[in-house]
Design a protein around this ligand. Structure first.
Ligand code: NOJ
Length: 740
């Protein structure tokens, strides 16, 4: 039919890339350009006639949600052989935490504080997805959220912009590899730009109101990190940000992203978020929505068709500049060239390793192992000893549920590949330990006690209890927010009933968010927080429970005692009335008719105090880590210099273990008030029993910069405090000064 002019050309350098894009652009009509800016949904295993026709007529630049390889190849064939210019398609998919081999949810991966395993996890996800013809993932999600009610906290990398930036970059590099054209590399997408993580009340899609200074100092930071890491694409958020929906927000898309950051990749809208601007009450109809979106800087429209329906007219009426459209199309075509799609748009399964192969499963297992956080471990209940136990009760609705352990956003993963905790414990302990299994409750939301008797019998027959509770997959993720974040159903009642047996209880929690555990934390001996750990959750958790591995995860998000404390996060401001243990009076201790000014006059809750249940960065291990001798290499530095801050880390425990050493800094006085602590560095350190190691971090004065009142990024001279320790409450500190 038509000649596929560009199919066999290779990109040798930036100039030839630009040359090829320009040559192609010169042949394109406006309708074909607008086609490139349109993304349509695939049929899910077949080629619907309307889609084939639209591709054939050059009206489609990208499809999403098609992972049947023959269908993807057929769509590409129609695009390259039957459309006038033969431009191949981008094929997008939400590969959020794995494709077939499912890794822990992103929040769980963030608990690993390990950019290496996060990157490796993204790589295997990319390879598996690419083998199904996917060349673009809508990940990583780098929204900062400090609200565990929000279901999408599960997809986030936690509450801290620094940790989120480091891990978001690691994920991006894993997806994109060193060369997008390499087999197994797929384009990544920084989403959701921006502010979506502050949805009011933690209710998904809700309004975001964020002052510009906080926007720049917190929410935009990880996005800038991903721009610097060459993330291929951005996605606009669903939300209304300070009155202007993100998909029509030219401050975000144009001023910040293009003008200030010089971003050269392209921006895709979120699903129908352009037409939803009329639902927000920002635009009157689809045409106006298309106008606002395109002029703000949304290069590609996902799912809806306002661009296809209205852009030609808007250009003809002079409301949209043709050169503006050209710049957008150039960005989209550039990515297609970089991905090597013009060289070879087809996917040959023979070029890829098997899905769910042993190497991939091992990476998923390592990620799950490193993601689990040991919240408490009274009397060294863990690790359990295979030789020291005759029997163990494995109880709970999530102990043997291959589906629920996968978590949210698992379009392609399958429960049949999961290894559950029950199965993994049984194969680990073999015939040495009897496993007495009982579900206890039909499901996590179950509100009757019919299974309690069986569970209690199993507990009495056993030396120790492993109780696996939490949330089902659907309770977190998009549109799945909760107002009450306690353990659902009668799970707390089950804990109370089992506590009566007097047997040592290890509570394993699988959940998509921090749950409020205050009601039951004292009823169990140890808690291992496993998030939704993915395909290999069972073996990872079994190894941790029985001491083959030591827990090393740390919380990427603060755990409130009760939901009314939300938002509660480590990097808060000091306020003019900071609370202290002395000023914080407990409501139950207040005498009747207490005078109005007798209750501390500080920033705390009478019924919850001011501290969380577990702080950001918290996580125990089977080693015993102590921090001593914090020093700074200098007492003061000039702007432009670096300082080393170091500490001795000692493992006084009896076994080898890995610790995530964390550095926090406070800028005491600022032109705008500064947080009481900010994470500035972290490192995993593995020590043998008795081993001592000096751990040092180098901080440049640029690392201390923040956006001031004038929205300028500055490091201000002055006093700084630095802490190094195993969580954000670390007591060991030093100080230094920065001068001009
Ligand atoms: C809506 C979600 O907000 C976004 O994260 C996702 O990538 C798209 N749908 C595509 O599925």
């Amino acid at each position: 039919m038509h000649s596929i002019k560009f199919l066999h050309q290779d990109i040798h350098d930036q100039d030839s890339l630009q040359g090829m894009v320009s040559e192609l652009m010169s042949q394109m009509g406006l309708d074909e350009k607008i086609g490139q800016m349109s993304q349509l949904c695939g049929g899910g295993g077949w080629v619907p006639d309307h889609l084939a026709a639209a591709i054939r007529s050059g009206q489609v630049g990208s499809v999403l949600n098609e992972v049947d390889l023959d269908t993807v190849n057929e769509l590409q064939r129609i695009a390259v052989e039957e459309s006038r210019l033969g431009i191949p398609l981008l094929n997008g998919r939400d590969v959020i935490h794995g494709f077939k081999t499912i890794l822990p949810i992103p929040l769980g991966q963030a608990a690993s504080w390990d950019p290496v395993i996060v990157s490796e996890g993204a790589r295997i996800s990319a390879v598996e997805a690419a083998s199904s013809g996917v060349n673009w993932t809508f990940a990583p999600m780098i929204d900062i959220t400090r609200d565990p009610r929000w279901g999408r906290i599960a997809e986030s990398l936690g509450e801290d912009p620094y940790l989120c930036g480091v891990l978001g970059v690691a994920m991006t590099k894993g997806f994109q590899g060193t060369d997008l054209a390499e087999n197994g590399s797929i384009a990544a997408c920084a989403k959701h730009f921006a502010g979506y993580g502050t949805a009011e009340g933690g209710r998904d899609y809700n309004t975001a109101n964020i002052p510009e200074n906080e926007m720049r100092n917190v929410h935009l930071r990880p996005f800038k990190d991903l721009v610097d890491a060459n993330v291929a694409t951005f996605m606009s958020a669903f939300c209304d940000l300070n009155g202007v929906p993100a998909s029509g927000n030219s401050w975000l898309m144009d001023q910040v992203l293009r003008q200030e950051w010089g971003y050269e990749g392209f921006v895709v809208s979120d699903w129908e978020s352009i037409i939803e601007m009329s639902v927000h009450g920002f635009t009157g109809d689809d045409e106006e929505a298309a106008l606002e979106a395109v002029n703000a800087g949304i290069d590609m429209e996902m799912a809806s068709s306002t661009y296809r329906d209205h852009l030609e007219n808007l250009v003809a009426e002079g409301k949209v500049d043709l050169e503006h459209i050209d710049r957008m199309v150039v960005r989209i075509l550039t990515l297609k060239f970089k991905l090597g799609l013009f060289r070879d748009p087809y996917t040959d399964i023979e070029n890829f390793p098997d899905l769910l192969n042993e190497a991939h499963l091992q990476i998923a297992k390592e990620a799950a192992t490193k993601s689990c956080v040991l919240l408490k471990n009274d009397n060294k209940t863990l690790p359990l000893s295979i030789s020291g136990l005759d029997s163990v009760a494995v109880i709970g609705p999530l102990a043997d549920d291959g589906y629920e352990q996968l978590g949210t956003w698992v379009f392609d993963g399958e429960a049949e590949h999961s290894i559950t905790i029950k199965n993994a414990i049984e194969s680990l302990v073999g015939s040495n330990v009897t496993v007495n299994y009982s579900r206890g409750l039909d499901g996590t939301r179950c509100k009757h006690h019919e299974g309690f008797g069986h569970a209690i019998d199993a507990a009495y027959q056993s030396d120790a209890i492993v109780l696996v509770l939490g949330e089902e997959s659907f309770m977190s993720g998009e549109a799945h927010s909760r107002a009450n974040i306690d353990l659902p159903g009668h799970q707390e009642a089950l804990i109370h009933a089992l506590a009566e047996t007097g047997k040592p209880i290890t509570l394993v929690i699988m959940a998509g968010r921090p749950l409020t555990l205050e009601n039951i934390v004292d009823k169990v001996d140890s808690i291992l927080y496993a998030w939704h750990p993915g395909t290999m959750g069972g073996p990872a958790i079994a190894d941790l429970l029985f001491g083959l591995e030591s827990p090393s995860g740390k919380l990427p998000v603060t755990f409130p005692k009760m939901v009314g404390q939300v938002p509660i996060y480590y990097s808060h401001k000091n306020t003019g009335r900071p609370p202290s243990a002395e000023s914080c009076i407990q409501m139950d201790d207040v005498p009747a008719r207490a005078a109005q000014t007798s209750l501390g006059m500080a920033s705390f809750h009478l019924d919850a105090g001011y501290t969380p249940l577990y702080p950001f960065g918290h996580g125990l291990s089977y080693g015993e880590f102590h921090y001593v001798k914090i020093t700074t290499s200098k007492s003061n530095i000039s702007l432009g210099q670096s300082i080393d801050i170091a500490v001795d880390l000692i493992n006084t425990g009896e076994r080898q273990a890995e610790e995530v050493v964390q550095l926090y800094v406070r800028d005491l006085v600022g032109n705008v008030t500064r947080p009481v602590k900010e994470l500035k560095g972290f490192r995993r350190v593995k020590l043998n029993p008795g081993q001592r190691e000096r751990v040092s971090f180098s901080i440049h004065t640029d690392d201390l910069a923040f956006y001031n009142r004038d929205m300028k990024l500055v490091t201000e001279p002055g006093q700084f405090h630095a802490w190094i320790g195993g969580n954000s409450d670390a007591p060991l500190w030093a100080e230094f000064e920065v001068h001009e």
